[in-house]
Design a protein around this ligand. Structure first.
Ligand code: NAP
Length: 526
């Protein structure tokens, strides 16, 4: 499939007229063809009007048709073949194996959501039959089902050019819920975006979905992105990126005449607590596992372990020694964009020049463009707490170790943290009492709590929570990974005393969709 530098608006492909963007190969600094001229208000209006026109038809497509559509998108993405992988490698600097794995994850997500649609559980149907003889007042017939929220604006993420971009988790969950999607493509990987966008466009046509089910715009976030979020037809936003970008979109959405939800996944430093017994028994293995997690993908994961908390003593000293040795072998890796590399270098320089921070070890340096040199630093709990600079995410392979005077300081440090995507406990049986005391704080701070693992590597499944209190996300009640992600794009409607002739299939007495429903307070199994 060719890439032509065009936006996709419904079934059309058109060139923009606003300021152009051009991808850079971060490994070499080379500019990549073609140039992508940005969209204007006219293209935003066109895409939004098509999405609004598609909404009532698309959201009532039969489960089998919508599931087959999601599977067709997965097939079309696979059919792009090696062209997709080669372009994504050039635009992101990520290695082939990682991108092939990410393509598999992208297709897996789409297929998982096809299963979610077929099961119909997301409709959460509840039926409270009429009680005409109830005293003192009769009860009406009340039936609830979830419906789709409306057209959704999706902002692709730079660090997952496939799995969290044009055809990624936000798009898959919104389409599964019955919402048309308009993607604001990430400026770092426009060619990858165009290829995937065209695959989705082909799936829309092949499956006979309404034209406005999917569109994709290029251009600056502050221009086309902001215009899209402000557009009255848009009813929700999915975003992964910086805290500054996410909060800017939250402000735009909150100040609209009709405010809308923004589901932004932004910033997390993912604390790892090394409990004393585990550290004493397995300090070396934990240090090796930790450095592997820290350095993976140049640390460009939202779940990168950016903070380690441990009680000072021999165990911690040994951990730091092993981690420093492991780090020496970590090669400098290409970062996703010059901007991300620059932000990483500035963050590391801030740590290095901080009077209360000491460097533990560093990875290999490189003079090639946009390389990340991994680093590990240490400070004390007393110096860490209250120092906002030390709590900020440094996106990349850098982590800060907090020396605590005693176990009580674990809780004080945990209480001082902002919301997190994850919190990790490295623990042995002798640590259970201390861990039990810490868990309630971690539950209030994080969306996922792990024991004896590392936070990188997010399983796409039914039970996953990839969310957490602000600033990890803008809405702590939600997840952006896993089947629960669909709930962000739904809302409940109650139908009171509806004639059967007007009822949707999901709430009919005969249960033609064979759904699992709650009828008169009892589970009705399909
Ligand atoms: P970003 O700068 O937030 O950009 C993400 C998307 O939002 C882009 O499409 C961008 O548009 C748009 N955008 C940014 N600011 C905006 C604004 N004020 N108004 C409207 N749209 C806006 O994120 P990034 O480029 O991917 O990475 C930059 C930093 O984000 C990293 O250094 C890191 O700190 C953080 N990050 C965090 C995660 C995470 O998972 N926690 C993931 C990736 C990045 P443009 O196309 O104009 O840039």
């Amino acid at each position: 499939m060719q890439i032509l530098g065009e936006m996709l608006i419904g079934s059309a492909s058109i060139k923009g007229k606003k300021a152009p963007i051009q991808a850079v190969n971060p490994a070499t600094g080379e500019l990549l063809e073609p140039v992508y001229a940005g969209g204007s208000q006219a293209e935003v209006d066109q895409a939004c009007e098509l999405a609004a026109a598609a909404f009532d038809i698309y959201r009532e497509t039969l489960p089998e048709a919508r599931a087959a559509f999601l599977e067709e998108i997965a097939d079309q993405i696979l059919a792009l073949g090696d062209d997709l992988i080669v372009r994504a490698m050039a635009e992101s600097g990520l290695p082939r194996m990682r991108l092939e794995g990410e393509r598999g994850r992208t297709m897996g997500q789409l297929r998982m959501f096809a299963g979610v649609v077929r099961s119909g559980n997301y409709l959460d149907v509840r039926i409270d039959p009429a009680m005409p003889d109830r005293a003192p007042l009769p009860r009406a017939d009340l039936r609830l089902r979830n419906i789709a929220l409306g057209p959704v604006a999706v902002f692709g993420a730079s660090n997952f050019p496939l799995a969290f971009s044009v055809g990624g988790g936000d798009t898959a969950s919104a389409l599964a819920g019955g919402c048309p999607v308009i993607v604001k493509a990430h400026s770092a990987h426009p060619g990858t975006s165009e290829l995937v966008g065209r695959a989705i466009q082909a799936a829309v046509a092949k499956c006979g979905m309404p034209e406005g089910t999917f569109s994709m715009l290029f251009g600056s976030g502050r221009d086309v992105g902001a215009t899209l979020v402000a557009h009255p037809t848009i009813k929700a936003v999915g975003f992964t990126g910086s805290r500054a970008g996410g909060t800017a979109l939250m402000t735009i959405a909150a100040n609209r005449p009709e405010p809308i939800p923004v589901y932004a996944e932004m910033s997390s430093i993912n604390p790892v607590f090394l409990m004393p017994n585990a550290l004493a028994a397995r300090g070396e293995a934990i240090a090796k596992g930790f450095v592997g997690s820290l350095a993976m993908g140049a640390g460009q994961f939202c779940t990168n372990p950016g903070l380690v908390i441990a009680v000072e003593g021999e165990g911690l000293d040994h951990f730091l020694q092993v981690a420093a040795t492991e780090l020496e072998a970590v090669a400098a890796q290409t970062m996703l964009t010059p901007g991300i590399c620059d932000a990483y270098s500035k963050g590391v320089d801030r740590l290095k020049s901080h009077t209360k921070v000491t460097q533990v070890g560093e990875g290999q340096a490189s003079t090639d463009p946009n390389r990340c040199q991994a680093g590990l630093y240490v400070t004390t709990a007393a110096d860490f707490m209250g120092d906002e600079e030390l709590c900020e995410e440094i996106f990349g392979a850098s982590s800060l170790v907090i020396r605590c005077a005693n176990l009580d300081e674990f809780k004080t440090v945990a209480e001082s943290l902002e919301g997190q995507l994850t919190a990790t406990l490295q623990l042995d049986e002798g640590d259970y009492a201390a861990a039990r005391a810490l868990v309630p704080t971690l539950e209030r701070r994080a969306g996922r709590i792990l024991c004896n693992g590392f936070p990188t590597g997010v399983e796409v499944c039914q039970a996953m929570v990839h969310g957490g209190p602000f600033p990890a996300t803008s809405d702590a009640r939600t997840t952006s990974v896993g089947s629960g992600a669909i709930n962000r794009f739904l809302r409940p409607v109650c139908y009171q005393d509806f004639p059967a002739e007007l009822m949707a299939d999901a709430i009919q007495d005969s249960n033609p969709l064979a759904l699992r429903r709650l009828v008169d307070g009892q589970n009705e199994l399909a």
